[in-house]
Ligand binder design. Structure first.
Ligand SMILES: [Zn+2]
Ligand SMILES: [Zn+2]
Ligand SMILES: [Zn+2]
Ligand SMILES: [Zn+2]
Length: 394
């Protein structure tokens, strides 16, 4: 059996140990499952550092004596307290956006916490940042990014600690109970039995290169967009590759990438997988010859040209067989055509034009039955030609 690409995370590793909580009612279920949607917890935790960096930078800008790093610890403490308090009493409000529009606030826990982080950071702006145009400057964005990254790298606030806080905040604002488990049990045993089946138990992706964490209920969803999952080529060549490499593969090296026939410029409008070009060039040589001869003898009737194609193929098949580009084949055909002697050219008229198109239809139809892969392009061309015939008749 194939190994599952997803693994459970040991619960005590991520601070998600279910805990016993005192219930108000004596004798009520006192054991709560405290598992949360791991992805949302992670996303909230990730929003803390940029928020903290913003508060620190805006609080110290223009102050030559205070560096953002020197206030970071204090502001972090204050920010956590602020978020805890605000999230406990949070009720969805409508939010007035910068452009004056009032919108119904999102009730997604991530959006709510991000809004609160923003709200906190804006209270830390010092006088200088409020009056100097600092808030609109590009430099500010760079400073914030750099400082957040610096705190991330030097482990100022570990992701585990941030996730613990994020989890509490999530529970406070997830009023619809969509992103955390609220099941209660009468005994530790019952709770212990529930946890391994809880849809919020955290899992990790085992695909090489992927570090995603999510709840068990999100496994299928993650599997269907994990960029590191190996899947068969979308264009159905024999390759299997990571989802993230698919687009590039399909427009570059994939043998099934559609390309124009190398004889496009002389009239062959077939589009085929690049791996079939060789085959097409040899099996459809007669079509390419017909197009080239048509270019040389513009006045010739189709019957005459078709005869000429037959003659060329009978007499010079080996000379023509391996030529794969327009220039060389045109050159060769000119040469061999001259060797065959002058061509008796009938004057072109509508009947001849129609005959030419009929000939193409026959070639193409013969083609279509042999190679299903090209059928679509050929059908299209046949229809175009049939239209031309109708037009020529009238
Ligand atoms: Zn649960
Ligand atoms: Zn993954
Ligand atoms: Zn492919
Ligand atoms: Zn072609």
């Amino acid at each position: 059996m194939e190994a599952s690409p997803f693994a459970d995370i040991p619960l005590n590793d991520v601070g998600l140990t279910p805990e016993k909580v005192k219930d108000e009612k004596e004798g009520g279920p006192a054991f709560y499952c405290h598992l949360c949607d791991a992805q949302v917890v992670y996303n909230i935790a990730r929003a803390f550092l940029p928020g903290l960096a913003t508060a620190c930078i805006d609080n110290t800008t223009g102050d030559v004596f205070t560096a953002p790093a020197s206030v970071a610890a204090e502001i972090r403490k204050e920010m956590v307290e602020y978020l805890m308090q605000r999230s406990e009493t949070f009720v969805a409000e409508s939010v007035v956006l910068d452009d004056g529009l009032e919108v119904e606030a999102s009730d997604h826990p991530y959006d709510i916490i991000a809004y609160l982080i923003n709200e906190y950071a804006s209270t830390k702006r010092n006088l200088f940042s409020r009056v100097s145009g600092w808030l609109q400057s590009d430099k500010r964005e760079d400073y914030i990014d750099d400082f957040a990254q610096e705190m991330e790298i030097n482990g100022f606030w570990s992701i585990d600690k941030r996730e613990e806080i994020a989890q509490t905040l999530l529970k406070n604002v997830d009023l619809k109970n969509e992103f955390h488990c609220d099941m209660k049990f009468y005994s530790a045993d019952e709770l212990a039995q529930h946890v391994p089946t809880c849809k919020y138990r955290p899992r990790t992706c085992q695909n090489v290169g992927c570090h995603a964490r999510f709840s068990a209920s999100q496994v299928e969803k993650h599997d269907s967009d994990c960029p590191f999952k190996t899947i068969p080529c979308e264009q159905k060549c024999s390759a299997s590759l990571m989802r993230r490499e698919m687009d590039r593969h399909c427009i570059t090296v994939c043998p099934m990438k559609l390309v124009n026939c190398p004889f496009y410029s002389v009239g062959c409008k077939s589009a085929l997988p690049q791996c079939k070009i060789e085959e097409h060039s040899s099996s459809d040589l007669h079509i390419h010859l017909l197009y080239i001869l048509q270019g040389i003898h513009k006045e010739a009737s189709v019957q005459v040209l078709r005869k000429r194609v037959e003659q060329l193929q009978q007499k010079y098949s080996t000379k023509l067989a391996n030529i794969r580009d327009v220039r060389s084949l045109t050159y060769k055909v000119k040469d061999l055509d001259a060797k065959l002697g002058p061509l008796k050219v009938g004057a072109t008229n509508k009947v001849d034009e129609a005959a030419m198109t009929i000939a193409k239809v026959e070639f193409l139809e013969a083609n279509a039955t042999n190679k299903p892969i090209e059928t679509e392009a050929i059908d299209f061309e046949i229809n175009t030609i049939k239209d031309t015939i109708e037009a020529a008749k009238s």
